[in-house]
Design a protein around this ligand. Structure first.
Ligand code: HEM
Length: 240
């Protein structure tokens, strides 16, 4: 009787210890609750300790990307994104040294939009586990002026891109092909190829950019149209 009592007492103790261990382990292992993270804390979740989930920060939002271990774990092509907020690298593709920063200083409206799009990708594909205190969220978890500025610039970028798409749809784009042997050429099924400035490009990217569009003969004297070098005024095909 005594030994039966003792063994059930031991069994009870063993179960309690196991449950407590499980609870402690899971509370460390799966930070599913939304919380505030510090950059130092986040570093631990860079995939080197395979008992811990892999976390990634972008624009101060933190995601559990463990299911993408092949990309984000050790040896993965995107391991540098793990355990930190390297928002800038999503646009620069520079995954080394100074490239691994959350500063977006000097980026254009369209680049800001791309980074905000990446954040949306993580919201869609992974689990949001909280906010990183620093550049994008303050210690109360509220968005900083910096984040609001980035989001406003990205929204402007989205508007401009939409406008650019509509503008470009009004002017038919040239066909084009390129091969190593023959080089490149542009041609129009209807009309004549001309180089034109993309009107919203400066506002979008900070740089000038031109594209090929097709114009009817009566439109060819409009200002701002450039004939391709080595191409006749009424050639339908031009080398590039
Ligand atoms: C600015 C440069 C780049 C950035 C920031 C970037 C970022 C990423 C990220 C974060 C993922 C993982 C997405 C996920 O969680 O599922 C990914 C996947 C991928 N990237 Fe890139 N990438 C870049 C350039 C490239 C280039 C140049 C190539 C190819 C030449 C490439 C090929 C791929 C492929 C194939 C995948 C999917 C892999 C798979 O699902 O198995 N990336 N990229």
């Amino acid at each position: 009787m005594r030994s039966k009592l003792a063994s059930s007492w031991f069994l009870g103790l063993a179960i309690s210890v196991a449950l407590a261990a499980l609870f402690l382990r899971s509370s460390v292992k799966t930070p599913t609750q939304s919380k505030l993270w510090t950059p130092e804390e986040l570093t631990m979740y860079n995939g080197t300790d395979d008992r811990l989930p892999i976390l990634l920060g972008i624009l101060g939002s933190v995601f559990d990307v463990t299911k993408g271990r092949t990309h984000y774990g050790p040896g993965g092509g995107y391991n540098h994104f793990a355990g930190r907020d390297a928002s800038r690298a999503f646009i620069s593709g520079n995954f080394t040294g100074d490239g691994l920063t959350d500063s977006l200083q000097g980026l254009s409206t369209s680049e800001m939009k791309s980074i905000v799009d990446w954040r949306a990708f993580y919201f869609r594909s992974y689990i949001f586990v909280g906010k990183l205190v620093g550049r994008y969220y303050n210690s109360q978890g509220n968005p900083t002026k910096y984040l609001k500025g980035v989001e406003a610039k990205a929204a402007r970028g989205a508007q401009l891109l939409e406008k650019q798409k509509n503008e470009e749809a009004k002017l038919p784009t040239c066909n084009s092909r390129w091969s190593q042997e023959e080089g490149g050429e542009v041609w129009c099924d209807v009309g004549y190829p001309r180089l034109v400035q993309r009107p919203l490009e400066i506002a979008l990217t900070g740089k000038m950019s031109r594209r090929c569009a097709c114009f009817k003969e009566e439109e060819l004297d409009q200002p701002g149209l450039e004939v391709y070098d080595g191409c006749e005024r009424l050639s339908k095909t031009c080398p590039v």
